[in-house]
Design a protein around this ligand. Structure first.
Ligand SMILES: [Zn+2]
Length: 91
């Protein structure tokens, strides 16, 4: 028998990162950036917006511009990421 099951909510091919709890209509994706000045890594959450936004984010350490954006999206929740495995350093 065909069960009259309600289809699962959401979009089937959405990115897993969009599975944040919160607003039902927002697609959030997490993106990574690296400071061009000091190399510190950041993550930011990108949210689609109905209207055009412009903004920029400056490094908390060296104040270099890490990312500037203009378009129908916004970035928020900037977080510095600690290096898990430093590339530099010889052994
Ligand atoms: Zn920096």
């Amino acid at each position: 028998m065909l069960a009259a099951r309600f289809p699962p909510p959401g979009v089937s091919n959405a990115a897993p990162a969009a599975y944040n709890s919160g607003m039902a209509n927002s697609i959030w994706t997490t993106e990574e950036f690296t400071c061009p000045g000091c190399g510190l890594n950041y993550t930011a959450t990108r949210e689609d917006q109905p209207s055009k936004r412009t903004g920029s984010f400056a490094c908390m350490v060296c104040e270099a511009e890490v990312h500037a954006w203009s378009g129908r999206h916004d970035y928020f929740d900037w977080t510095a990421v600690k290096m898990r495995s430093p590339i530099f350093g010889r052994r």
